[in-house]
Design a protein around this ligand. Structure first.
Ligand code: FE2
Ligand code: FE2
Length: 160
């Protein structure tokens, strides 16, 4: 799988996890609600999504900077600037889960719902923006040699 396909698959995975989170939010007042599921999602954010952001910033964006005309490059800073606050929301989410794993009260459920909403509201528009704007710029400007460079940069990045 190439880097772009990998990133697109990553977005699909994010949507699936967010769907699960959304269901957990809706059943947060029922007995079926389990903090274990919250930890699973938090781990996904911490590992997979963090890694996904790194792949974008370290491998894809530097190459896009070389290939895209200057007039099209604003999106790169815009997207990069969105990563940091999203990572902050993941941290809050993790801390929230840790705070409540032992005691489960009405307050802890509310805390969970708020923290989940903060994550959902930041990551969904972000992924959508990349799907609609970022990847279409790749398709528009990347030539065969650029895709090859992208894979080479990815292998170099994996070795670090
Ligand atoms: Fe991103
Ligand atoms: Fe992404």
């Amino acid at each position: 799988m190439g880097v772009i396909e990998k990133l697109i698959a990553g977005h699909r995975e994010v949507r699936e996890e967010i769907d699960i989170l959304d269901k957990l939010v809706r059943m947060s007042n029922s007995d079926a609600f389990a903090w274990d599921d919250v930890f699973k999602i938090s781990n996904f954010f911490e590992k997979e999504v963090r890694e996904h952001f790194r792949l974008e910033e370290i491998v894809l964006f530097p190459l896009m900077k070389n290939v895209l005309p200057l007039s099209e490059q604003n999106i790169l800073t815009e997207i990069k600037d969105e990563h940091k606050p999203i990572l902050g929301k993941f941290d809050d989410f993790k801390k929230m889960a840790e705070r409540h794993k032992k005691i489960s009260s009405k307050n802890s459920r509310e805390d969970f719902v708020n923290s989940s909403k903060a994550v959902i509201d930041s990551i969904i528009p972000h992924a959508k923006k990349e799907d609609e704007k970022l990847f279409s710029l790749v398709r528009k400007y990347f030539r065969a040699e650029n895709y090859k460079q992208l894979e080479e940069m990815y292998f170099k990045y994996l070795k670090v």
